[in-house]
Write a protein that binds this ligand. Structure first.
Ligand code: DI6
Ligand code: FE
Length: 400
């Protein structure tokens, strides 16, 4: 463990829940010891015990909790640029599907990718997120739809955390799509649920996810996966109401899910159910943008019911090839009318909650010293810029 140190000359957006907004401390000091935040407050109040130790000064820069991308699919084979191009040259979805496109093309590419292939393509994605001050990334399986590939995706996700200074949280997304030629119920019962048990036995699963949608699985099928998760003691989350109102949000609330994600077609009643269950709404503007969705999530209903809102990239090769969490924050503001303070809470405190993490996402004593230091003076600048990455430096587990 490095020696304790103190960061000074900072404006700190602590994101502390009781402080309101950014929880901003204008002239802040932060003491770090044993990889944790030992103290934070106005520099003039720095306790004598920390006054004598090494100080690093930051010339008035902004510090936030390291960002958290709470919804990604960054482990996968291939890409869908060709399909993107075909669409813009006038091909229909049906033609693209006949040409082997869509999610199934990523399944084919991922099944034929080795562990080394998966790592080689995922590492630059992880590096891009780290370069934006990200300290935790959630990564889903779901492009295998068969046991061996689902397990390989999750092993690759875990391995990324050994190869780079980042924390990885995994979600098992076996219920992502119905494999070609298979009955959905048969797939859930004979492939998805047994694969979940195998992945859990190997310690590969932090949460269990699904895609509840007309083109994927219905609430009864997802409920069977959630029952299996419950039996294993694993928390659940769900892709819900992305393309239509399919009942996923109510289901997620009924199971006390960590999060309901996308939620464009959620209703005010769904918002009330999420609030009662303590479930986070994860908003994913990259997918909304890419698929030209016109129905925005009910942000005002989430506010009215005090549903915590998180923001993620949904980085995936089809509906959201978005490698920037800062751009996701900008889009959440511009496309969904979130405020910059809500967007930053969405990639820090609320993102942590969407992953069931209680040791990160705010700057407070006892939290992990995962910090992002920015070349900006005002926290609104993080959401305001488009395609700008004003990161100065990142501290991960107390290590610069
Ligand atoms: N919703 C999405 O937006 C992605 N998965 C999901 O359940 C799409 C994934 C893909 O197109 O590859
Ligand atoms: Fe997704």
């Amino acid at each position: 463990m490095p020696a304790p140190f103190v960061l000074t000359g900072l404006a700190a957006a602590t994101m502390a829940p009781d402080a309101g907004g950014y929880g901003l401390i204008r002239d802040a000091a932060i003491a770090v010891a044993d990889g944790l935040i030992a103290w934070v407050g106005p520099a003039t109040d720095l306790p004598a015990a920390f006054a004598g130790i090494m100080q690093q000064t930051y010339d008035g820069r902004l510090v936030t909790p390291a960002l958290i991308d709470c919804h990604t699919h960054i482990v996968h084979g291939g890409n869908r640029a060709r399909e993107f191009e075909m669409r813009l040259n006038g091909a229909s979805y049906a033609e693209i599907a006949r040409a082997g496109g869509g999610i199934i093309s990523t399944v084919t590419a991922t099944r034929s990718a080795s562990m080394e292939d998966l790592l080689a393509s995922a590492l630059p994605r992880v590096d891009a997120l780290i370069a934006q001050g990200v300290g935790v990334v959630e990564i889903k399986s779901g492009y295998g739809l068969e046991s061996a590939t689902e397990l390989r995706m999750l092993r690759a996700a875990r391995r990324l955390a050994d190869l780079r200074p980042i924390r990885v949280v995994t979600s098992f997304l076996g219920a992502h799509a119905v494999p070609v030629g298979m009955d959905a119920d048969h797939y859930i019962d004979t492939v998805c649920i047994p694969t979940l048990a195998a992945a859990h036995a190997e310690g590969l699963v932090d949460a269990v996810d699904g895609f509840c949608e007309g083109i994927a699985f219905d609430p009864d099928q997802i409920a069977r996966v959630f029952d299996a998760a419950n039996a294993l003691g694993l928390p659940v989350k769900l892709h819900a109401e992305q393309l239509s109102h399919s009942g996923g949000t109510a289901l997620a609330a009924r199971y006390g899910a960590l999060s309901a994600d996308h939620v464009e077609y959620a209703t005010a009643a769904d918002a009330a159910a999420l609030a009662a269950a303590g479930t986070v709404a994860v908003l994913l503007p990259g997918a909304f943008y890419t698929i030209h969705e016109t129905q925005a999530p009910p942000v005002q209903a989430f506010r009215d019911h005090r549903v915590p809102m998180a923001v993620g990239t949904d980085w995936n090769p089809g509906s959201s090839p978005l490698g920037s969490l800062l751009l996701a924050m900008n889009m959440a503001c511009t496309l969904f009318r979130m405020t910059p303070a809500e967007a930053l809470a969405g990639t820090t405190r609320h993102a942590a909650r969407a992953l069931g993490l209680t040791d990160c996402g705010v700057i407070a004593p006892g939290m992990r010293a995962d910090l992002a230091i920015w070349n900006v003076a005002d926290p609104a600048e993080l959401s305001y810029g488009i395609g700008i990455t004003p990161l100065h430096s990142r501290i991960f587990g107390g290590v610069a």
